[in-house]
Design a protein around this ligand. Sequence first.
Ligand code: NAD
Ligand code: MG
Length: 409
Amino acid sequence: MTNLTILGSTGSIGVSTLDVVGRSPQAYRVYALVAGSNVDVLARQILEFKPKVAVLATAEARLHLISRLEELSLPKKHWPELAFGPQARVDAAIAPEVDFVLSAIVGVAGLEATYEAICAGKRLGLANKEVLVASGQLVVDAAKRQATELIPVDSEHNGAHQCLRAGKRAEVARLILTASGGPFRETSKEQMASVTPAQALNHPTWKMGQRITIDSATMMNKGFEVIEACWLFDFSADEVDIVVHPQSTVHAMVEYLDGSVIAQISATDMRMPIQYALTYPAREPAPVPRLDWTQRRSWTFDAPDFDRFPALRLAYSALRAGGSSTCTLNAADEIAVEAFLSEDISFPAIADVVEETLQRVPNRKAASVAEVLEIDAKSRLAARQIVKEKAAVGRSPRTSADALVRLPG
Ligand code: NAD
Ligand code: MG
């Protein structure tokens, strides 16, 4: 019996995780469900999975959950302990009862609990790539210290994890991550200037949370994934390539020294990598239809377009710069994506905001998670300022950008 804490249980990955878990009640018990503010989904999950602990982001959300559980007439003796806030997220991840933590909160809100779970030696399924983008060195060092394995849930990294089992790490020449190319794979630069949030949210192959869906449209997601891969598998930026594969069925490929390429292929369904992470190194039948090889299918592979998708270039250069650059990359992108979704900036301006934020926020080394969070906060502040300037320019063609603000280091 594996005792689980699910960080981000109400999101796309969290819901898929509980689907896998719910099919094997003999194998899993849910210790804690951790979410942001989606009280309705969390209340239903509590009814079904009867966790010991439920954590929300705020006191207000916790009060909403209490009224929801009262409406659902759940007898008080079946109520979990109800908590909220960052420390409660950490406590839920490090509790001695917990064997496995599935990290699927979106953004740096999931960093502390994920990091502390690793420091407490928990086995970890990692969906939250922003944890490694913002804080790769600290996270990987902690995992090494604790001899904890981080099992990737991100489909490409999960695929790479499987391909890497085919040979010795020293015999690997490079890693190839596939990218769907998103909804604008064939959209011209001119057309991209006027795409709407609804168009950008319409991903062709995956149904995911809003942030990652927009990141897939800009391809920043693939940039994050290159960074994630370098930390997970100890590659340099030059050893990780991206190939556009719109069918999203080949998830990753590993090229060995002799030129042989091992690919991981499976249905486009996140329950596959989630289950792999939960059962590794064992394999179990998965609740996902097998690929039907009697049907004719065509797969295509193309080089990515760094000109139409400047986010890719920004991610590679932040990775090469090292230090806190990738933390700033992630923070700025989160703010820029929010601003695009609320129609304050255009789609191409997302990459502009990220690029300008990287120029304004000094790169430095972070020695602790607290320092990472401090750099994250500074980067957000700078990105918000840049968004404001761009929104002002957008509203009035005569207004020039406000004076550049250079933040202290
Ligand atoms: P989502 O937006 O659907 O869900 C995010 C979850 O995080 C929700 O449960 C939400 O309540 C919770 N959350 C948000 N802010 C919080 C806070 N302050 N405190 C506590 N909980 C908070 O996102 P998703 O698509 O499930 O993605 C989750 C993570 O997995 C992301 O890092 C994403 O990049 C990664 N990922 C997702 C997919 C996918 O198919 N959805 C694939 C690969 C990687
Ligand atoms: Mg992915």
